[in-house]
Design a protein around this ligand. Structure first.
Ligand code: ADP
Ligand code: MG
Length: 253
């Protein structure tokens, strides 16, 4: 199952969810590949990968300089492999834009690994540019993190429009796998309203697990640790574990 974590808004917890869901799934003994598709490389550094010391990253795989194997770091954690990224990836949109096949690069790069993994998670950049299009074409489903804040739904119609275009062309089976509500604060009436609003718009797609606002989640990446390593008793760890369970159950359905 290839899942793209998308939302063209920045700061909604795509990367936090990609890293900690990947770790949660790996701890549940699922074989996981995390693909960092953001030139900021936060998913890579969040796992303690020294992203500026890498000879090959996902960028080199995308432009066809090397195959997927060469840009894959194996056993970054138990059951967890990573295709890391760094600022090199910023050139990809321009490089790939020059060929008609440019939007299919990630799909090609991941094709040999589809049966190797239970889950391939793609952490997308905060835009609907060519990198995100590559992710939408490569993916079976979308995982959309939404921050429990004002204007939570803003931009989602544009995202759904892009999804429709990809469905109509390169990937007819693309679907919304799930919506994750993040940075939830139960004391705020607004947060509850946002969850209701998103449930009205997306129904069953919304996961029951709400990821709370939890400072431990924001601290962990600076230590290069997942939440399970940094503070496994935190609310953040419990809820990402619950989310992983829900994701596994949803695949079985
Ligand atoms: P995105 O990848 O969508 O841009 P990030 O995962 O980088 O978003 O999250 C944006 C910021 O919010 C980061 O500083 C991150 O540490 C913080 N953050 C994410 N989720 C939570 C949470 N549940 N509680 C507190 N801070 C969070
Ligand atoms: Mg990010």
């Amino acid at each position: 199952m290839i899942l793209a974590l998308v939302n063209q808004k920045g700061g909604v917890a795509k990367t936090t969810t990609a890293v900690n869901l990947a770790a949660g799934l790996a701890r549940a003994k699922k074989k996981v590949l995390l693909v960092d598709l953001d030139p900021q490389g936060n998913a890579s550094s969040g796992l303690g990968i020294d992203k500026n010391e890498l000879t090959h990253t996902i960028y080199h795989g995308l432009i066809g300089e090397v195959d997927g194997e060469a840009c894959r770091l194996v056993a970054v954690r138990d059951h967890l492999d990573v295709m890391p990224a760094n600022i090199d990836l910023a050139a990809a949109e321009q490089d790939l834009g020059e060929s008609v096949e440019g939007a299919l690069s990630l799909k090609k790069c991941l094709a040999p690994f589809e049966s190797t993994y239970d889950f391939i998670l793609i952490d997308c950049p905060p835009s609907l540019g060519l990198l995100t299009i590559n992710a939408l074409i490569a993916a079976d489903g979308l995982l959309v993190p939404i921050q429990c804040e004002y204007y939570a739904l803003e931009g989602l119609s544009q995202l759904m429009e892009t999804v429709k275009q990809v469905q109509a062309s390169a990937n007819p089976d693309l679907h919304i796998f799930g919506i994750v509500m993040t940075m939830y604060d139960g004391r705020m009436r607004l947060a509850k309203q946002v969850v209701e609003e998103v449930k009205n718009a997306f129904g069953q797609a919304v996961f029951k697990t709400l990821i709370p606002r939890n400072v431990r989640l924001s601290e962990a990446p600076s230590y290069g640790q997942t939440i399970f390593e940094y503070d496994r008793l935190s609310k953040g760890a419990w809820t990402y574990k619950a989310l992983a369970k829900e994701v596994i159950a949803r695949v079985k359905e």
